[in-house]
Design a protein around this ligand. Structure first.
Ligand SMILES: *Cc1c(COP(=O)(O)O)cnc(C)c1O
Length: 477
């Protein structure tokens, strides 16, 4: 055991690892690395680690961690355009090291003497940015998924006509309304609550994948006739597939008129509030009863780090109103986060966020968001100039969906072609992009998470797509 806690061992390994990571950053950020994703078939990697993970504890840990670095996706590479995880600010990673070692569990103030107050300060600060009233506050959760289900549980407890938390759901059939483009975790939340398919009313979207406001009222009335009580309306800011921002103001007004809980899922787009150029996308946040934001998407914080903000702090204590006396003294008590979080122990996530802000200021996040969002437009403009390429929609942020189309190919073949190009590109490893299905069509989907990505990289990507498309087309004839 001695070696496990040997501070000299920690110091020595730590210095070497920080040097290694600094080298990684330096090479990657100066665009000198060969590839962004060292792609290998899963069976091959499984075999590698089966052989190389040393269960006896006599392995070389430095080499082990270097191998992890080398065989992972490099999000700091400007050709990274994959999933929506942010380009981590080094200071946030170091703060993570500090909080990981301290491991204060955050369930109660005593286990978060610094982090519990910081969490309150950050949540209230953001609540203010979204123009929520002074009654607002919130807490952090391990991810947007958990934040969203927590918000749905609060909505149910407040809007249901019975005390579902204590008595279970008796008679009332309930549902929520959300656009058909919402993140799948909303549907999961509904199904976990036991409402089944009927518990989620998916509102159609327009050609820009925004919820159709004019469909809200007829769908609400239809549900009412069927004996279903709609308790909440969820706005996407933005949707996951295409990055479309719902009209939050109109939704908020509707929710108010029909006395629904209005939740905004701003997991991805919430950071836009810091940018005068893009804050308009979030117009209407002051109407929300609750808001989810992910700091690990557009705010340079490692996953997971999310916040759930409440318009009325008091509402948040109703979600899990039960007695756990050994932990919690009284209910409306910000000092004891577990009173209102799903989690008991949780990461000291806020330390990473507060450290980033303390060292670089909110303007660093503003610049990051703006550059990435601007890049969405830049890529879209290049796509528009290309023959045989089409956009799914004009991008509103840094998520862009586009595809190849040839008039002589069937939809099925067009899908196959786009899928093939993406697969070849990822296996080659310079670019990391995704595909997504939209109305039965396969689109390339990129999230421009790296602020260093420039036109050069976009052109390189387009030329790789064309290269593989030509190969595919030749093979067909
Ligand atoms: C990413 C995302 C989620 C899920 O959040 P996690 O932090 O990955 O759990 C939910 N909603 C939206 C709109 C998202 O973009």
């Amino acid at each position: 055991m001695q070696k496990v806690f040997d501070s000299a061992f920690f110091r020595d390994l730590g210095h070497k690892l920080v040097d290694k990571l600094a080298d990684y950053l330096q090479i990657t950020l100066s665009k000198q690395s060969d590839i962004c994703i060292p792609w290998q078939p899963s069976s091959q990697m499984l075999e590698y680690w089966e052989k190389n993970l040393n269960f006896s504890g006599s392995g070389n840990i430095y080499e082990f961690l270097c191998k992890i670095i080398d065989s992972s996706v490099h999000i700091h590479d400007s050709r990274y355009m994959g999933h929506q995880v942010g380009m981590v600010a080094p200071v946030a990673a170091l703060a993570g090291l500090v909080s990981d070692l301290l491991n204060n569990g955050m369930a109660v103030y005593e286990m978060g003497l610094s982090s519990v107050p910081l969490e309150r300060i950050i949540c209230q600060y953001f609540a203010k940015l979204y123009n929520l009233p002074s009654s607002a506050d919130g807490f952090m959760t391990s991810g947007g998924t958990l934040s969203n289900i927590t918000a749905m549980l609060t909505a149910r407890q407040i809007k249901a006509e019975e005390d579902v938390w204590t008595l279970g759901q008796k008679k009332q059939k309930m549902a929520i309304m959300v656009s058909n483009q919402a993140h799948y975790c909303i549907e999961r939340a509904v199904k976990i609550m036991g409402w089944g398919e009927k518990g989620i009313i998916k509102v159609p979207t327009d050609s820009n994948f925004k919820i159709k406001i004019e469909n809200l009222e007829p769908l609400y009335k239809k549900a009412k006739i069927q004996g279903i009580k709609i308790i909440a309306l969820v706005g996407s800011a933005c949707s996951t597939a295409t990055g479309s921002f719902d009209n939050l103001r109109k939704m908020g007004e509707f929710a108010k008129e029909y006395k629904l809980w209005f939740h905004i899922d701003a997991a991805h787009g919430g950071a836009a509030i810091l940018s005068p150029k893009y804050a308009h996308l979030l117009d209407g946040t002051e109407l929300a009863d609750s808001i989810t934001i992910d700091f690990h998407k557009m705010m340079m914080i490692p996953a997971l780090a999310s916040a759930l903000l409440y318009r009325n702090s008091a509402d948040s204590y109703k979600t899990f109103a039960q007695k756990a006396d050994y932990l919690l003294s009284n209910n409306e008590d910000w000092q004891n986060p577990a009173a209102r979080t799903f989690e008991c122990s949780k990461f000291m996530m806020v330390v990473k966020i507060a450290s980033l802000i303390h060292a670089h200021g909110l303007k660093a996040i503003k610049n990051y968001v703006e550059t990435c969002f601007d890049n969405g437009k830049k890529l879209a403009n290049l796509i528009k100039k290309e023959k045989n390429f089409e956009l799914a929609t004009e991008p509103q942020c840094n998520i862009v969906c586009f595809r190849l189309v040839y008039s002589f190919l069937s939809l099925e073949d067009t899908n196959r072609l786009n899928y093939y190009c993406r697969k070849q590109i990822v296996e080659r490893g310079e670019y990391y992009i995704l595909t997504t299905q939209i109305n039965g069509k396969t689109f390339f989907r990129v999230s421009l998470m790296n602020y260093l990505t420039e036109e050069n990289e976009f052109k390189g990507l387009i030329s790789q797509i064309k290269h593989y498309a030509n190969l595919w087309l030749k093979r067909q004839t």
